[in-house]
Every structure is written in structure tokens, then in C-alpha cells.
Write a protein that binds this ligand. Structure first.
Ligand code: CA
Length: 718
């Protein structure tokens, strides 16, 4: 996280015939088609392009649809077919699954919906009743990225660590299992995948001192089949599986005390021919490697791509994108499997653009690195040495002694927002970012060689006072503006290893991608638009203002011979709650009123009307706090509040901007923060982390920030 405040469509005729013969509308009202989804059907997904059966449509997760009814020649006739109001105001990240006319999707607090994909009518809704207080363990909003459907069952995971199986027809629960140690701050936001009758699920918590792993559960019974820990525990306790013995040799000190990290919070893909499962792993916990593993080492299997046997969970090979991760450079980003012409041969490849700014192409049979090239101007490493497969770090990368400014920030050059690969253009489309990160070393570790903070809360092992002070000094140096966090849509040629075209967006944090055989590429944006581009040239062909920021990836499907493009609209996630420039985020000006939006040719439904927000800061109460108390408030805000409410108390508008706090909330500040009286609304009790005086000091700091920005706004008017 960098809470930076200022900122050919020839389609085989058979497909068409198939889709026209689709029994979608008959099954739409019963959810019956889901009963037959299995591995054979997902593997043969191209024979039923009217459906979107799996997370990335296919096991290879290309997010490419063979549908062509909507194409570059008619896309300007797209209009809204229907919208569904989710009744939420936080981030919506799910990629819906569509089976024979029924859409299954998820939203805030892990709620699941089944909708008629033709009309948007709700068929059922399932609320797993996630305790809202669990939200304090979620670094990056109370989001969920979707379901898996298999043999009449809908699988999803909850923010508080449960894997749940629902009857696809009725939404009634079949079983539920707890996948975590509930005394630890694990969260699940990722979509499960189902491979060979096993439901695969990971978790998050890499900023909270946990140990990463992922698990396979029997789809029928919910029984645990196997579990793979991505980092070793204390060797004295023995190793759960042989891969960990090798991994432990790459760690030092008492890493297990801080959990180690390596959480598997998003990407997976499967190659049925090679019978290999691919999984991306997360950052180190804490981030600072000198704190985490003081004697050095690569810290396997952090920030790695793992290839496994899906029956046993045994490792076939691994590739570590960021050895000894120091910057929250996860490799949990989208994994795409494809066949590419490289060196005169067709290679079976795996592609990933992890946070660290390099685009990787690997041979997915052997794990051999074929190429690794910068897709953004990353400053932490000069290049990746193809002989050793290792990045060559620059002096900027080491912040163990002094604060460093590094591109990319922990938001990454690319985060979870799915990419897409179009086999016709040969291009990979990346929702890329260029955020600047501030990395200050832990003052305690610098002085004593120790790091004692172990409070199971947001804790990357860096110094928050220096962090905030660095922002202030940059603002002073640069005349009140921080360097802009840039956001792009990039078309990357993975064979030529270069950007072919790019479009810069107003906001840095934008939506995931969908590409189709109609030479189309769809993306929603953080400034509240939904856009269709020509997949080959990047030319804008159609756009509609949504008035809701979009981060989720679109999907496409057909019902009764009509093609739809659907996307969930609702801003949030890490960059939505804390990052970027609030001026470019529509969530700061309009209510972030969550919707599923479905478009079709000639659609005439009215777009949702989204209410505006008051953008001026009200006069805060008077404060008698001393400068020292405000300073303590600034530090405690940085270590406790900033991850959700934003640096310098400027939020992206998804969670409340505390500068805008009304008098009645100020009057209850201690009751809200210390006692947790509104935990049901998602604001957790923090009385176990803060003293009452800390809470008063945080309030004084919030008031001082509101006054500063009111004065700045008044000065700008004069
Ligand atoms: Ca992380």
C-alpha cells in the first residue's frame, strides 16, 4: 500500500449455432445448468462461448471470449440492458460466473447473488453474515472476487476465512468449513477454483503477521484433501511437507514469529494437459526483509509462481519473481496460460505481470524463464538476469538505513485487477500503474537490531512517523503536489517484449479487462466510465459514464441469441480506499452506490442515478490538544487508521474521509474508535491497540488536518 494522498473476428459458425440453440432462458429461472458444470465442460469452454463457466472463463484464465455478435462494427449501439443495485457502498471486485442464463456473483462482506442474466432479476441472495469487526484484518477493503460453480454447487469464501458450498438452484447452504486459525488475522477475498473435484482456496493477511498457505477441499464433502504452506514455520515443530525443508534454508532469525507471509490471495490457473496447477504467492510479512529475516536469504516461497500436482499438492517447480521481497511485491497477480511463438517454436507459456513491474514469460512445463521485461519504469531493479533468473537490484531498493522513494509502490505496477490475452492480436492487456512508494526503515530496528511490535495488526515493519513526515517534506519541496500516481491501459506484446500502445487514465486504480473475438477490449475506470476499445489499435469505440468507479473485470455471455457485457461497478480495494488523487476518483464526489451493469446492442434501460456528495470540509470542533499530542495522534493514525482512511486523513471516499466528520460523530469519537459502538457498520473497536489518550490525540490530529485543508481551500478561493 502506498497511501499517497494527492492522488477477426471470424467465428466458427458452429459457435453461433450453438449459442442460438442455447437452452439458457429455460434454465435461467431454475439455475439448472449449473448442475452439470464439471471439469470436462470447463476444459471444452470454447464449445459453449455463451457461458462464462470459470473465473477467467477457461482454466487458462485468458479472459478472452470467442463471442462476436458485439464487435467493432456495432459496439457503438451498446446500451444498458439491466442494472442490479447491490445496496453496498464499498469495493466490488468479482468476476461473475454465467451458466445457462444465470449469473452468480459476490460483493462486499462476501454476499453472494444469483441473478437472471437476461433481466437482472434476483433469483436468490446468500449473506454469510461476516462479523463486521473482522474488517480490521482486511488490508484492502471488505471485498470478494467471486464464486466457482461445479456440479450444481456454488462455492465461495468469506472475509473471515470460511469456505461455503451453496445449492446453485436455491442458494441454500450445503456445507461450510473453517479454513483458518481463527486466533490469527487471516482474511479471504479471492475466488475459489475447482479442479478435478477439489475446491482450491487461499487467504490473505500478509500485512498482519500470518503464515501463508492454500488448501484443497473435496468438492462433495468439504473434507480437507491437502494443504501447501508457502513459507516454513519454526523448524523445531517439524515441517508439514518436504518442500518446506528446502525453503527453511533460505530464511534466518526467528521469521516464524512474524508469520513470514507468502499469502495466496488471488491468482490460480490450471493446465489439464500437463495436469498442473499454478498458484501465485504473496509478499513477506513484515515487508522489511532486514526485520523479517535479519541474516538474509531469498525467503522461499515468497513472491513466487508455484507449479503443483493438483491431486497431491506436491510442488513440481517454482519461480521466485522477487527473491527476498522487501516492498510488498506479491506474485499473486493474474496468471495467464497461452501458446506463443517464441524462437521459431510454439511454446506453452505462463504469463504474469506481478507488482514488481516486470512482465514474465515462463515455460509452464519446466518453469524456465523465457523473458522478464519492465512494463512500467520500475526503479528497484535495473533488469532481470536471464541466466540466473534473478532481478538485479539498484541502490534505491535498500531502505534498511534510510528512507527510499521507489517505483512501484506497494500498490504495484499491476495489482489483482485481471489482465486479458487476445490470441488474435497476440497482445496481453494490462491495467498498469506507476505509483511512487515511500519506504522508511524501522527506527527501532535501526537502533537496536530488534523489532518488537507484534500486535497482529497492519504492520509492514516500517516507520510511520517517518512515512508521514516524508509526505510533508515532499509536499513542501514540490509546492504542495506529490508526484502523480499514474494509471494506464497497456497493450503488451509478450513475444516482442514491449508496449504496443497505451492509454493513460485520469485515475491510477482502474478496472480489470475483457477481450473478445469481435476485436474488442472492455474496461471500467476509476473516474467512472465503462469503455470499449479496438483490441488491435486501442482506438476508443464506445464509452458510457457510470458515475461509479469501476475496478472489477467485465465478462460476456449470451442468452436467447443476444450477447451481453456485464461488469460490477463499485469503487474500493487498496487503491480505492487509501490511494491516488481523490480529485480523479468519482467516489470522492458521488455516492459509491454498487451495481451490476449489463449492456447489450440496442439496450434502452436507464443508467442508475447516483447521488452526489458534499465536497467541502465542515468546521471541526475546537481542540485544546498540545503539539505533542497532535504529533502522537499523527503517529498512531499512521500505524492504526491510515490503511483504511488514507494518509494525511484524505480518503478516496469509499470509507469515510475523517476530515468531513460531522459534529455528532466527533462527539462520539472515543466511543466509536475505542469502544467500537459502530462496529456493525464496519468500523472495528481499536481499544486493544490504543489508549484512550491515543484516541483523543488521533482526534486532535484529524481536527488539525481538517483545519489545514479548510485554510488551504479558503486561500485558493482568495
Ligand atoms: Ca500485501
Amino acid at each position: 500500500m502506498n497511501p499517497n494522498p494527492t492522488r477477426h473476428r471470424l467465428l466458427a459458425a458452429s459457435f453461433v449455432v450453438l449459442s442460438m440453440c442455447s437452452t439458457g432462458s429455460v434454465l435461467a429461472r431454475s439455475g439448472g445448468g449449473a448442475a452439470t458444470v464439471d471439469g470436462a465442460r470447463i476444459i471444452a469452454a470454447d464449445s459453449e462461448p455463451q457461458n462464462w463457466l470459470a473465473h477467467g472463463r477457461t482454466y487458462g484464465e485468458q479472459r478472452y471470449s470467442p463471442l462476436t455478435r458485439i464487435n467493432e462494427g456495432n459496439v457503438e449501439k451498446l446500451g444498458l440492458a439491466w442494472s442490479y443495485a447491490t445496496g453496498t457502498t464499498r469495493g466490488l471486485q468479482a468476476s461473475p460466473i454465467v451458466v445457462d442464463g444465470t449469473m452468480y456473483t459476490t460483493g462486499v462482506w462476501s454476499v453472494v447473488w444469483a441473478l437472471d442474466a437476461k433481466t437482472g432479476k434476483e433469483l436468490w441472495k446468500y449473506d454469510p453474515e461476516v462479523p463486521r469487526a473482522w474488517g480490521r484484518y482486511a488490508c484492502c477493503d471488505a471485498v470478494n472476487r467471486g464464486v466457482a460453480v461445479w456440479k450444481g454447487v456454488v462455492y465461495f469464501a468469506t472475509l473471515d476465512g470460511r469456505l461455503v458450498a451453496l445449492d446453485a438452484k436455491t442458494g441454500k447452504k450445503r456445507w461450510e468449513v473453517n479454513t483458518i486459525d481463527r486466533s490469527k488475522p487471516y482474511t479471504i477475498t479471492g475466488a475459489p477454483r475447482v479442479v478435478k473435484g477439489k475446491v482450491l482456496v487461499g487467504n490473505g493477511g500478509g500485512e498482519y503477521g500470518v503464515r501463508g498457505y492454500f488448501s484443497a477441499y473435496d468438492a462433495e464433502s468439504g473434507k480437507l484433501a491437502w494443504r501447501f504452506y508457502t513459507v516454513p514455520g519454526n523448524p523445531k515443530d517439524g515441517f508439514e511437507h518436504p518442500e518446506l525443508e528446502r525453503a527453511a534454508k533460505t530464511w534466518s532469525g526467528e521469521w516464524w514469529v512474524g508469520g513470514g507471509g507468502g499469502t495466496v490471495w488471488d491468482s490460480m490457473a490450471y493446465d489439464p494437459e500437463l495436469d498442473t496447477l499454478y498458484v501465485g504467492t504473496g509478499n513477506g510479512s513484515p515487508w522489511a526483509r532486514n526485520v523479517r529475516s535479519p541474516g538474509g536469504g531469498d525467503n522461499l516461497y515468497l513472491s513466487s509462481i508455484l507449479a503443483l500436482d493438483p491431486d497431491t499438492g506436491r510442488l513440481k517447480w517454482h519461480y521466485q519473481t522477487t527473491p527476498a521481497d522487501n516492498w510488498d511485491y506479491t506474485a499473486t497477480q493474474h496468471i495467464i496460460l497461452a501458446e506463443l511463438p517464441i524462437g521459431g517454436k510454439t511454446r506453452k507459456v505462463l504469463m504474469q505481470a506481478p507488482k514488481n513491474g516486470f512482465f514474465y514469460v515462463l515455460d509452464r512445463e519446466t518453469g524456465e524463464l523465457l523473458s522478464a521485461d519492465k512494463y512500467i519504469p520500475a526503479t528497484w531493479a535495473s533488469h532481470v538476469d536471464l541466466k540466473t533468473g534473478r532481478p538485479v537490484e539498484t541502490p534505491d531498493a535498500d531502505y534498511s538505513k534510510e528512507t527510499k522513494l521507489i517505483i512501484p509502490a506497494a500498490f504495484g505496477g499491476h495489482n489483482w485487477h485481471p489482465m486479458a490475452f487476445n490470441p488474435k492480436t497476440g497482445l496481453v492487456y494490462i491495467p498498469a500503474m506507476q505509483p511512487m512508494g515511500i519506504y522508511p526503515p524501522s527506527e527501532e530496528f535501526k537502533k537496536t537490531g530488534q523489532y518488537t511490535r507484534r500486535d497482529m495488526f497492519w504492520n509492514p515493519g516500517i516507520d510511520w512517523n517517518t512515512y508521514t513526515d516524508t509526505i510533508y517534506s515532499l509536499l513542501a519541496q514540490l509546492g504542495g503536489e506529490l508526484p502523480k500516481d499514474r494509471g494506464y491501459l497497456k497493450a503488451w506484446d509478450p513475444v516482442q517484449k514491449k508496449t504496443v500502445w497505451e492509454i493513460e487514465h485520469p485515475a491510477f486504480w482502474n478496472g480489470g479487462l475483457l477481450t473478445t473475438a469481435g476485436n474488442l477490449l472492455f474496461q471500467g475506470t476509476g473516474d467512472g466510465r465503462f469503455v470499449a476499445y479496438a483490441a488491435d489499435s486501442g482506438k476508443t469505440l464506445w464509452a458510457v459514464p457510470t458515475m461509479i468507479g469501476i475496478i472489477a473485470p467485465p465478462v460476456t455471455y449470451e442468452v436467447d441469441g443476444e450477447q451481453y457485457v456485464a461488469v460490477m461497478a463499485g469503487y474500493g480495494g487498496a487503491g480505492g480506499v487509501t490511494g491516488g488523487d481523490a480529485r480523479t476518483m468519482i467516489s470522492a464526489r458521488y455516492l459509491n452506490d454498487g451495481h451490476v451493469l449489463a449492456f447489450k446492442l440496442g439496450g434502452t434501460a436507464a443508467m442508475p442515478r447516483i447521488a452526489g456528495k458534499n465536497a467541502s470540509i465542515p468546521e471541526p470542533p475546537k481542540s485544546a490538544a498540545t503539539a505533542a499530542q497532535v504529533e502522537n495522534g499523527k503517529y498512531k493514525y499512521g500505524s492504526t487508521c491510515m490503511v483504511c482512511h488514507g494518509a494525511l486523513v484524505v480518503s478516496g471516499g469509499v470509507v469515510p474521509d475523517l476530515r468531513m466528520l460531522p459534529a455528532e460523530k466527533h462527539a462520539l469519537f472515543k466511543e466509536i474508535v475505542y469502544d467500537g459502538v459502530i462496529h456493525g457498520a464496519g468500523m472495528p473497536r481499536l481499544g486493544d491497540l490504543l489508549t484512550e489518550q491515543d484516541v483523543r490525540d488521533i482526534q486532535a490530529y484529524v481536527i488539525s488536518r481538517a483545519n489545514e485543508d479548510r485554510a488551504a481551500a479558503a486561500a485558493a478561493r482568495n
